[in-house]
Design a protein around this ligand. Structure first.
Ligand code: SF4
Length: 248
């Protein structure tokens, strides 16, 4: 079988450092509460409105705590439907992500049940002034929102982060063409970063059959990691080494 490609990551990124995944034992009720408090803080944020970047800031933040979720998805920014429904990836993008997870072997419903969902910014930036799709959040908006994402990463500590779309990929891995990033996996501090295209129906990138194959390669990377978890249940994976091993 053809080996899946691994991409070499730049030495630093704006969202480094990442944190090694936590052992299940560390998923304490205290940390679940901390994440709930953090989500409430995000929901109350009006920084971009106060700075004049948004007419109205309406962050989408609340979801199940899921501290210690294996998989976290980071997208660009919520769209109108996501804000209306108050759930991350609440529009067609969520349906596409659910399909992609199933292609990687996850059971139906995994997106809303087992995966922590986040984005570079948490308010709808509105329509693009060019009239095509949503406006990309500006670097200033991303910078204002970055502390929220960093704090979520600290609390959730996923094993895998699916970076959906060019902006999320750039924030974690650096500027790289989608064709070069999708299909690869970058490991940092025990966390696997898997770049994927944005699942929005607006993106035409996936119309190219070669790009579809890259997406399938990326999902195969996720499936491979998932198979590893299945073969090594968390309790076994994180059990302490026998006396005399791993010390020293
Ligand atoms: S995009 Fe982020 S920083 Fe800006 S107002 Fe919304 S939650 Fe706050």
């Amino acid at each position: 079988m053809k080996a899946l490609k691994a991409m070499k990551a730049p030495a630093t990124t704006s969202l480094a450092p990442l944190w090694p995944p936590l052992a299940p034992a560390a998923r304490s009720a205290q940390r679940e509460r901390a994440l709930t408090v953090l989500q409430a803080e995000i929901a109350g944020c009006r920084a971009c409105q106060e700075a004049g970047y948004l007419a109205v800031a309406q962050p989408v933040a609340r979801q199940r705590g899921l501290t210690g979720a294996r998989v976290m998805i980071v997208g660009q920014a919520p769209g109108r439907l996501t804000v209306e429904r108050g759930i991350m990836f609440g529009g067609p993008s969520g349906d596409a992500l659910e399909r992609w997870l199933q292609m990687a072997g996850f059971p139906a419903g995994a997106l809303r049940r087992d995966v922590y969902l986040s984005a570079l910014t948490r308010c709808d930036p509105g329509r693009s002034p060019k009239g095509h799709g949503d406006r990309k959040p500006s670097p200033a908006e991303v910078a204002l929102c970055r502390p929220w994402l960093k704090r979520e990463l600290e609390q959730v500590r996923p094993s895998v982060i699916l970076l959906v779309g060019g902006m999320a990929i750039e924030a974690f891995i650096g500027r790289v063409k989608l064709e070069e990033a999708v299909g690869s996996v970058v490991e940092r501090a025990g966390v696997a970063l898997i770049p994927l295209p944005h699942p929005s129906g607006v993106s035409r990138w996936l119309n190219d059959p070669a790009h579809q194959r890259l997406l399938e390669q990326g999902l195969a990377q996720l499936a491979r990691l998932r198979a590893t978890w299945e073969a090594h249940p968390p309790d076994e994976r994180h059990s302490p080494p026998p006396p005399g091993e791993g010390q020293g």
